[in-house]
Design a protein around this ligand. Sequence first.
Ligand code: FAD
Ligand code: MLT
Ligand code: ZN
Length: 483
Amino acid sequence: MPASISLLEDLAANLSPGGLLTEAGDVAPYCTDWRGLFHGEACAVMRPADTAELARAVTICAAHGARIVPQGGNTGLCGGATPPDHGLNVVLVLSRLNRIVSIDPVGQTMVVEAGVTLAAAQNAARDAGLMLPLSIAAEGTAQIGGLIATNAGGTRTVRYGNMRELTLGLEAVTADGDVLDLMRPLRKDNTGYALKHLLIGSEGTLGIVTRAIIQLQPKLAHTEVALCAVPDAGAALDLFAALRARDPMAVEAFEFMSGAGMALTCEMIPEVGWPLSETPGTSDYVLIELGTRDPSRDLRTLMEAVLEDTLDRGVVIDAVLAESETQSQGLWRLREEHTEAQKRAGASIKNDVSVPVPAIPELIARATAACEALCPGIRCVPFGHMGDGNIHFNLVQPADAAGADFLALSPSLMAAVNDVVRALNGSFSAEHGVGQLKTKMMPDWRGGTELALMRAIRTAFDPASRLNPGKVLPADPASSPKA
Ligand code: FAD
Ligand code: MLT
Ligand code: ZN
């Protein structure tokens, strides 16, 4: 009997109803990514209902030598959740592990299963008078397990940190199907090596996250949201410094958007609306959110004082302050629709990079010049989490080019951006991860001892490389291929 048939029979006997998909038409949607850029193959999709069932299924896969590709909301932007196009692969979908187990109002923590979406977890925290302070535009679909596996960042990292800072404990299933219980709700725990931190950001290559303890925060009493037009990225940095000088703890989000990105967003998704008098794209933009837990605190005065000062100095050209929750959401939409607008505009190349915060204007100027020299008509769309030094230096195809021709330039365009990033002491992989998009670049950025130690860690957790093969680490030329 071929391996895949006996594997499927064993899985079918051990997964609860609805837990196994084997029809090609049912499996296909799980074999491609959100942007339709990566495609792979799998003989089945497993959808276990709880940790015990998941661990059993993983043990069966190990016995059959099948490789497992964990998949959360499939919103990742590096092809990390897409199976390879060869070999005996099974996609492991976490969406049935969707229970919010408990919320501790005193410790301000939440125990949650990996398949809960970020939005559902945020809502549960809010209902309990608390706040889960991670926010990304894909929060309606991205899952807790995927966020931990990628160490996701987002728009509130500037204030609360990445997913790593919010993850107090976790449970994971190893490549052999053992349950690794790291569910300790402790802020202090210096007991040997921190396995939890190895699993966070490992993109499904070291273990499958099944549950987590998330650190919550008290709910904000109120917020102030403003959209500012600024002459350029340097002025945006001045504005950031001015806000932080007044009160760094009040800055909940500080997001930069280039004129090109804003113009594209308003063109592709006109229903976003446009609140300033200038034509979108005339200048660059910043979205600010200030927040406080003190109901008596007057944030409006703080925001107005900073804007008055920066308008006087020409650092800000124009600004609009939200007068209601609906207006706040409208201003946020202009930022959050950037990714969708770029998808609608045709082929695009993502460079999720970071540099020291003061180097952002130089990054944007030098990378734009380099890309325009390589591809006349290219639309450079830098935007993102300026307060973290994390810019999405995304590239959109020239309006009149064929998408495939543009994507063929990917290696040279990414190399041009990364050369600038390297010169500025930055990282080629800031918050989205390495996935399969950037695997080949790893030796250029994490050579020698660092890469060798990463390989040793991978081998310690998963000697046969069956968890998410082909992701994060490039094939080791020193060892024979595994499958
Ligand atoms: P998937 O895409 O399903 O998987 C991502 C990786 O995690 C894969 O390697 C997968 O194998 C692994 N994985 C998934 N679940 C598990 C699990 N339970 N155990 C082990 N491994 C697992 N990212 C940011 O960091 N900041 C942003 O601001 C941001 N904004 C975005 C906006 C949009 C519109 C979109 C489409 C994406 C954005 N992303 C952002 C990227 C993406 O949403 C994040 O990487 C997110 O963490 C992925 O979660 P997911 O559940 O969709 O994971
Ligand atoms: C975001 O911050 O919106 C995403 O991480 C950016 C992207 O689409 O590159
Ligand atoms: Zn981002």
